[in-house]
Structures are given as structure tokens and as C-alpha cells.
Design a binder for this molecule. Structure first.
Ligand code: NOJ
Length: 738
């Protein structure tokens, strides 16, 4: 019997319970301590190393050097390798050919689905459907786990008010309250109640911290903000994911207050572990350690490794700085072996909780992979959540389309399967995706769809305009699918303009001039400046990048098979110059109230209001709100106050409304936002049906970082707003005393 097998058998015997249902923390601890006591320095360092797999035509592949590293115990973790068969092959090397047989942890970017791709995360957040978002993560986790994966680099918890930044598409938008609910839901979805279950995977909270606030919207750029702003608006979603049990965190690329997150002890140790009690492990982002040489806070890779591990980093993604330098740093006394032991302990503990010591191949079953991937249920769910994520920004009645109508479909994006998947599409495959135009043909009959490409989404080629106009002339209505190439969103995809690129708007203008009713379908990953397009199109449906079932879902919404119910989770400006623009802005000393006053906080050339406010979204029905009824004039201490409205569906179709509650603290020891989201509920109402929707306001609703940085409420007068969008609300007042 090989040493490895002996060790594994011993571990299984000794530690039954660790990584199984109802797993027992003590058993994991003794397994890990036993292992640690047997490990050489090199083997310990190996557990802090994470290398990427590559991709060849036939599937994932790995550099020979990395195989040697695995075999020598120099690399304990791999990302970008998947499929049950391939991960088994690599796992066999670790289990059978290394001295201790410690299993590999396999990670991957499962961001909005693994094989079945859901809408991009900004789209998911626009559903405001927390249960559905949790379910999307559960499905993604199950599909990924069946392909041999243990670990996803999600949820992405970066609050963002910067549409130039391409990665705004990967997050939940601008709001910390909504963002926190989503971060926690995704964590629960991935990890379930039991990490050892073969259907669950480890979540990774990223990019900690404040990566979503790069100056000028340029990816990887400097971030700087007050501690108060950081804690109030940026940290809550990361914390919510940690509180929900996430056992790994990824350090962000950016610096904060002059210190790159990768060496930022305040973030990684003081806040994360000290204040939040996080007890999982922290991984860097890709080459985050050696990038600190460019940041300019360390001299070389060795110095960077020292700074990172001493700040609280446990695992080095791809920079090889730990593998090359930790041994020397320990011998020189610049890093204590205790610090390394602690990092290894954290990593091994998570491996144990995943059940890898019990059965390193638990996640490598080709049969499960076949059975659980892209099932009809997963696809049906993807179709529903894609429809739910879409936001009807405006509609003069051109939508819904009627079955049998002759529709001209224009735009290269209408025939793109690939773009529907968005960026970070896991292992999603475009050849499994039906395009928007094909889905419309299937639904409406091929002879009723007249397709013309018109133009693409990037170039200035107008040679297709004539054919598009001719298609329009033969149709009753026009659906124009425009937006951004999906590669223009996501990582390293910042833009200096947030206009619709290329000549798409020019074509829209020409088509609109014909007088035919036009509905625009937008595929994009950031708030865009739609001021021109909103004048030309009768309807605008924001479809984001809706995923594997996006073609069908767009068709469902366009033809009214699904009544749209998404609401913006991020503000759409009317000019880039308004950025950053978000609903929780402060009042300033000179709020803009007089249209002709000069010395107020305003622009000379554009109004202050956005084009489409946070929380905005229409349906094919309408909702009326009663005045707010309060349970009293206020409350005190640990008491509470109820606030309710009656919402009535005044249209002719069943519809779902997201009822939103905002508050304003009129006077604080520090200034407070003029409106801040504090609650919401989704209600589905039949035509004519009314429902009373109630919220409870308590001290936690009113709490914030007071002047002395303690977190809690302050006595005083408050405004309360309830409505269907941040700019469409009923108002009431109440007071609070301590
Ligand atoms: C870099 C990205 O910033 C991060 O989001 C991702 O998880 C890692 N690379 C791994 O692919």
C-alpha cells in the first residue's frame, strides 16, 4: 500500500465526519493538525500555491512544469481545469504521486452559471429576485461540482457607480443593501448547508476591497475613499457574503489608501478577520503579489511575498512569489513559520470541509456530469430568470408585439449567439445558444421575421443600411438589437464613452425617420447614455447579456409571453459628465431646487436627474400606490414602526412589481443621503388586484457610521419613501428617539 493510501485510510478512519453531512469541526481540526505536523516546509509552501491550467483545442490542458510541481508537492491548487475526467487525472497525480497525497483544490470562474449560463450579474441583480438568484448559484454550483470543480471565484461583491468600468457588468450594481442580499444569496446557493455535499462548491468573495471604484473607471486603477464611505457603501456586500459563511476571499488588484489590497493588513487582517471573524483563507487575484512591484510598495517579488503573507494573504494566485521566496523569507526571519502554518491550516481546513480527504474524487464523476449538466430544468430556469432580469426602460405601446405581425429584426447582435453569453461565461458554449432572431422565427414563424444585419456593433461600416431600410419598409414593426460587443464588457474593458458604439445609433435614427414603430433591445454590460436613442425608439428593453436561453427569453418578453418586471440596480445617466451618479447622493449645501439659479449644485448644460433612475422599470401593466400608512408617528429604542402601502394592478395583465422603500435621515452627526434603499418586496398581482405591502422600520434600518465611527441610529426626524422606482415614490415622515 502506498504511503498516500495509508494516510488517506488513516485520515478517513480517524476523522470520520469531516467533510460529510453534519461535518464536525473538531474532526477537521485534528486531520489538519496531524497533516501539518508531518509536512516539510516545501510541502507547506506548496499548499499556498495556485496555478492556472491552460486550454487546448480538445479541452483543458496543463503545462508540464505544473504537473512536475504537483508531483513534487509544490502546487496544491489549480484553476481553470475542469471536466470530471480531466480533474480526476490531475487529482491522481496529487493523490498517488506525492509524498502526502494531499488532494488538489480545483477553482474556476463560475460567475453567472457554469454550463447553463444565466444573465450577467448586473442583469441578475435587476431581477431583484433574491431567491431566484440564490437558485442560479445553486444550479451553477451543482453543474460545476459535477465537472470536478470545488471552488468558484464568486460572488463578485464590488459596488460600482462607474459605468466606464467594464466590470460593472459582473456585480450587483450601485446599492449596498441590494448588493448585500445578493452576495449572501449567492454564497448560500454555492455552498449550501454543507460544503462536503457533492453538489456544493466553495464561494470566494471578491474583489476585496472597493475594486469597483477605480479612478476614471479605468480597470486596475487607484482607489481612494474615506473610511466612512468605504464602510457605509462598499464593504457591506463583502461582509454579507462572509456572514453567510463564505470560506474564501480574493484580494483585489487595486490599492486603497495607498496600500495595494494584496498587502493591506487593515483590510485582510484587521477588518476581515478581526472585525468580521472570517476564518477561511484569502487568495490573491491573478499575479496580485508580483504586481505590487509596479504599484511601488515593494522592491521585488521576495519583498512582495513578505508583504502579502504578513498582511494576511494565504494563497498566491499565479505569481509564484510564495513558491520562490517563502522558504528564504522564513529562514531569514522575515516571515515566521507560524504565519505560514496558519495559512496552510486555513487552506487544508477548507479542503477537509469539502470532503477531499475522505474522497479526493468525490467531484470527479463523469456520470453525474452527464446527468446534471444543462438539464431541461436548468434551461427552463435560465429562461425564466433571463426574462426576469430584463428592464423595460420605456414603452409607448410598441411592445408587446403580436404573434403573426410582420417584424423587421435589425442588428448584428440579433444573430449573435456568442454575445448572449456575456463575459465570464464559465464553460458556456455558444453553439448551444439560440440567437434572438432564430428564437423570434421559431415563435412568430420564419416568414413573419424579416432580418437584416444593418451594421455591426463596433465598426463604422454603413453598407448594410439600405438592406435594413428595405426590410423595415416591408414590416409592420421593427425590433432593433443594438448595444456592445460582449468583449467590451468585463475585465480590462473600460470605455471612455458610454454611448452606443459604432454606427448603430445612426441606423436607428434612419429607421425611426421612416415612422415605423421601433423597439430597441439592448445587449450591454453597463449603464449607457441613451439620451439620443430614447428619443428615437418607441420602446427600449434592456436585456443585458441574458445567457444560454437569452434568445428565447427576449422573445418571451417582446411578444408578451412574459410581462417584464426587472428594475434597474444601477442609475443610467443622461450624460457621461454626470458620473458618478447614484440614488444615495448627499444634498450638498446648495441643492439644486431653482431651475434658473446659478449658484446651486448643478450643471449648466444638463439637468441633474439621470435618464433612468435606480429602481426604474416598466411592465405591460401599470401599478398604482396608495399613500403610505404608518403604524404611528415614530418609535424609540429597540422598538419598530410599520409602514404600508396598498399597491393595485391597474392594467389588464398579471404583473410583478418591486415595491421599494427608501429613507432619509434629515439631520445626522454626519450628512446622510437624500434617499437610501432600505427594503423591497416583489408582489405579483392579477389585473385589478390590490395588495397591502408592509415594511418594518427599526433601529437597524436607521443605523450608519456616526461621526465617531460607531455604527448605530441617531434620534431625529426621518422621511420615508415607498414606490416603484427611486424617482417615483410616496412620501411620509416619522421620528425616532433613542
Ligand atoms: C482575474 C480576475 O480579476 C478575477 O475576477 C478572476 O477570478 C481571476 N482572474 C481568476 O480568473
Amino acid at each position: 500500500m502506498k504511503k498516500t493510501a495509508i494516510l488517506l485510510a488513516l485520515a478517513a478512519l480517524l476523522l470520520a465526519g469531516c467533510g460529510t453531512s453534519g461535518s464536525n469541526d473538531d474532526s477537521c481540526t485534528s486531520l489538519v493538525e496531524d497533516l501539518l505536523s508531518r509536512m516539510t516546509l516545501e510541502e507547506k509552501i506548496g499548499q499556498t500555491v495556485l496555478y492556472t491550467s491552460d486550454w487546448s483545442v480538445t479541452g483543458p490542458s496543463i503545462r508540464d512544469g505544473y504537473i512536475d510541481d504537483i508531483r513534487a508537492g509544490r502546487c496544491g491548487n489549480i484553476f481553470n481545469a475542469y471536466t470530471a475526467a480531466y480533474t480526476r487525472k490531475l487529482q491522481e497525480v496529487a493523490v498517488n504521486e506525492t509524498r502526502l497525497g494531499i488532494p488538489i483544490l480545483f477553482g474556476y470562474d463560475v460567475i453567472h452559471g457554469f454550463r447553463t449560463i444565466f444573465p450577467i450579474n448586473l442583469g441578475l441583480s435587476a431581477s431583484w429576485d433574491i431567491e431566484a438568484i440564490e437558485e442560479s448559484a445553486r444550479i451553477a454550483g451543482r453543474e460545476a461540482a459535477a465537472a470536478g470543480l470545488h471552488w468558484t471565484y464568486s460572488p463578485m461583491c464590488d459596488i460600482c457607480v462607474e459605468p466606464r468600468w467594464g466590470r460593472i457588468s459582473e456585480g450587483a450594481g450601485e446599492d449596498p443593501y441590494l448588493g448585500s442580499l445578493i452576495a449572501a444569496a449567492m454564497t448560500r446557493g454555492y455552498q449550501g448547508d454543507d460544503l462536503g455535499d457533492e453538489n456544493t462548491i466553495l464561494a470566494c468573495v471578491k474583489h476585496y476591497a472597493a475594486y469597483g471604484a477605480p479612478q476614471a473607471g479605468r480597470d486596475y486603477n487607484t482607489v481612494d475613499m474615506s473610511d466612512r464611505w468605504l464602510r457605509e457603501f462598499y464593504l457591506p456586500p463583502y461582509k454579507a457574503a462572509v456572514d453567510a459563511g463564505a470560506l474564501s476571499v480574493m484580494a483585489s488588484f487595486n490599492e486603497l489608501d495607498g496600500v495595494p489590497a494584496t498587502a493591506n493588513k487593515y483590510l485582510m487582517t484587521d477588518i476581515l478577520r478581526g472585525e468580521w471573524g472570517f476564518d477561511g483563507f484569502v487568495v490573491t487575484d491573478y499575479t496580485g503579489i508580483t504586481e505590487m512591484i509596479c504599484h511601488g510598495n515593494v522592491t521585488d517579488a521576495k519583498d512582495a511575498a513578505r508583504a502579502a503573507i504578513n498582511a494576511g494573504i494565504d494563497m498566491d494566485m499565479q505569481s509564484a512569489a510564495f513558491s520562490d521566496n517563502l522558504a528564504a523569507l522564513i529562514h531569514e526571519g522575515k516571515v515566521s513559520e507560524k504565519t505560514l502554518d496558519e495559512a496552510v491550516r486555513r487552506i487544508l481546513t477548507v479542503k477537509a470541509k469539502l470532503g477531499l480527504f475522505e474522497d479526493p474524487y468525490r467531484y470527479c464523476s463523469e456520470e453525474r456530469e452527464r446527468e446534471l449538466t444543462m438539464t431541461p430544468e436548468n434551461l427552463a430556469f435560465a429562461r425564466r430568470i433571463a426574462s426576469e432580469s430584463m428592464v423595460l426602460l420605456q414603452n409607448d405601446g410598441v411592445l408587446p408585439l403580436r404573434k403573426g405581425q410582420k417584424i423587421a429584426v435589425i442588428g448584428a447582435l440579433a444573430e449573435s449567439a456568442d454575445d448572449l453569453l456575456g463575459s465570464w461565461r464559465g464553460a458556456g458554449e455558444a453553439d448551444k445558444v439560440e440567437t434572438i432572431v432564430d428564437a423570434m422565427r421559431d415563435y412568430n414563424g420564419a416568414s413573419n421575421i424579416i432580418y437584416a444585419r444593418g451594421c455591426d456593433e463596433i465598426s463604422d461600416d454603413k453598407s448594410g443600411f439600405q438592406a435594413a431600410l428595405s426590410a423595415v419598409s416591408r414590416a409592420e414593426k421593427v425590433v432593433m438589437v443594438i448595444g456592445e460587443d460582449c468583449q467590451w464588457t468585463g475585465e480590462a474593458a473600460s470605455r471612455s464613452s458610454i454611448n452606443i458604439p459604432g454606427v448603430q445609433s445612426e441606423l436607428l435614427e434612419r429607421i425611426a425617420a421612416t415612422g415605423k414603430p421601433v423597439a430597441v433591445v439592448l445587449l450591454n454590460g453597463r449603464p449607457l447614455d441613451l439620451s439620443a436613442e430614447s428619443q428615437m425608439a418607441g420602446a427600449i428593453l434592456e436585456a443585458w447579456y441574458p445567457g444560454t436561453m437569452g434568445g428565447q427569453a427576449v422573445t418571451d418578453v417582446l411578444f408578451g409571453e412574459f410581462n417584464p418586471c426587472g428594475k434597474l440596480s444601477v442609475t443610467f445617466p443622461r450624460a457621461l459628465g454626470q458620473v458618478p451618479i447614484y440614488h444615495y447622493a448627499k444634498n450638498t449645501g446648495r441643492p439644486y431646487v431653482h431651475p434658473d439659479a446659478k449658484y446651486e449644485s448643478r450643471y449648466l448644460d444638463v439637468v441633474n436627474e439621470p435618464l433612468f433612475a435606480f429602481g426604474h422599470g416598466l411592465a405591460y401593466t401599470s401599478f398604482e400606490y396608495s399613500d403610505i400608512e404608518l403604524g404611528g408617528s415614530g418609535f424609540s429604542g429597540n422598538g419598530s414602526l410599520s409602514a404600508s402601502v396598498t399597491v393595485t394592478n391597474t392594467g389588464e395583465r398579471e404583473g410583478t412589481e418591486v415595491v421599494q422603500m427608501y429613507i432619509r435621515d434629515l439631520v445626522g452627526s454626519v450628512t446622510r443621503p437624500v434617499k437610501q434603499l432600505k427594503g423591497f418586496q416583489r408582489v405579483t398581482l392579477a389585473p385589478g388586484q390590490s395588495e397591502r405591502v408592509s415594511f418594518t422600520i427599526d433601529a437597524s434600518t436607521l443605523s450608519f457610521y456616526r461621526q465617531d465611527m460607531t455604527f448605530g441610529p441617531e434620534a431625529g426626524d426621518f422621511k420615508l419613501f415607498i414606490g416603484g422606482a427611486s424617482d417615483n415614490v410616496k412620501e411620509a415622515s416619522f421620528n425616532y428617539s433613542l
